[in-house]
Design a protein around this ligand. Structure first.
Ligand SMILES: Cc1cc2nc3c(=O)[nH]c(=O)nc-3n(C[C@H](O)[C@H](O)[C@H](O)COP(=O)(O)OP(=O)(O)OC[C@H]3O[C@@H](n4cnc5c(N)ncnc54)[C@H](O)[C@@H]3O)c2cc1C
Length: 307
């Protein structure tokens, strides 16, 4: 097991390495030449405790949902909508994980990492992380250079709930919860996710395979005239369209090619029914991208990391 001081000789001894957390967002299409660094840095420590908020530092190897559960139990708010997302704390800033109207960027104060090029430990402020929709500095310019070691989160002690997205409100009403707290939101989010998303332990998948594309006004108008029911919402200067809807309209939902498939309930999720290789899944993804482009003029960008 590598510890902090031995990080220093990493690049010299192992020029090829791959960092993984839980491995839930990587599609392997080849063997790893060098070593695989499985990040197991643990721990949750207090940095600051104020009346309205708290700042905690969490080790990169802590399981994300374990941390959410822990926070909810302490009555620290801000991440309850991100309940039940697979993976580790260290990977969360990589693609700025998000769900049900909340992104992890909202609660990140700083990210600590080891710079394998400069051989030193560095701190990134939230601004330096350059978070975007399923994006960050670490996924773009900093890729293959920084190993995230811990993350500082600023969580609330006086909560602002985000209930407007997805089925959260409906589910709370169904359960007759009139004044929900963060525990209720966390529980309901996990229940909705369990009913909608295929579980990787039952059928191999990496969650949403593509990002939801943002298209310009002109294309939106053209598409709307042909597909009046196209779901969309304003995003910056354009409109965000659900990639799952496009894939479903193109006829791929439930499609199967050998053991590579498009999930029968969630078109955005590509699945491995058994023995599909990473290449076969990637080939299916490329066919879907080409078809969606041909039918709608929209390029789907992959969300999953390809190795
Ligand atoms: C069923 C399912 C549902 C999902 N739902 C969502 C969702 O709602 N929202 C969402 O945003 N994502 C979702 N995902 C994607 C996934 O949960 C997240 O991307 C998660 O952050 C991946 O964590 P991980 O530890 O498994 O990362 P890994 O898959 O191990 O790694 C992902 C990337 O991060 C890099 N990396 C990992 N750890 C570190 C580190 N410490 N330092 C530097 N680089 C690192 C890896 O090299 C790789 O490039 C879902 C995935 C699945 C399977």
């Amino acid at each position: 097991m590598l510890t902090d001081p031995s990080f220093k000789s990493l690049k010299d001894n192992y020029p090829d390495f791959l960092v993984i957390g839980g491995g839930s967002n990587i599609l392997f299409t080849k063997d790893v030449k060098g070593i695989v660094l499985k990040i197991s840095i643990g721990g949750v420590t207090f940095r600051e405790e104020m009346e309205e908020h708290i700042v905690v530092r969490v080790g990169a190897g802590v399981e994300w949902h374990y941390f959410v559960d822990f926070a909810v139990l302490q009555d620290w708010g801000g991440i309850e909508n991100l309940s039940c997302i697979p993976g580790t704390v260290g990977a969360a800033p990589m693609q700025n994980i998000g769900a049900y109207g909340v992104e992890v960027a909202n609660v990140i104060e700083a990210v600590h990492a080891y710079d394998t090029h400069e051989d030193r430990f560095v701190r990134f402020s939230k601004e330096e992380c350059a978070f975007g929709y399923r994006e960050s500095f670490f996924k773009r310019e900093g890729k293959d250079r920084y190993i995230i070691t811990s993350v500082d989160f600023r969580l609330t002690r006086k909560h602002v709930l985000h209930l407007d997205y997805g089925a959260i409100k409906d589910e709370l009403m169904k359960q007759k919860i009139e004044n929900p707290g963060i525990t209720d939101v966390s529980r309901v989010v996990c229940a909705i996710r369990a009913s909608k998303l295929p579980q990787p332990k039952q059928i191999g998948n990496a969650g949403s395979f593509f990002k939801n594309p943002v298209i310009d006004v002109q294309l939106m108008e053209t598409l709307h005239s042909h597909h009046p029911d196209i779901p969309h919402h304003a995003s910056g200067e354009g409109f965000k369209v659900p990639a799952g809807w496009l894939i479903e309209q193109a006829g791929w939902k439930g499609y199967r090619e050998g053991d590579a498939g498009c999930h029968e309930k969630q078109a955005l999720v590509l699945v491995n029914h058994g023995k599909a290789t990473g290449r076969e899944i990637l080939n299916l993804a490329s066919k879907i991208q080409e078809d969606v482009f041909g039918k709608f003029g929209i390029s789907l960008e992959r969300e999953v990391n390809i190795f």
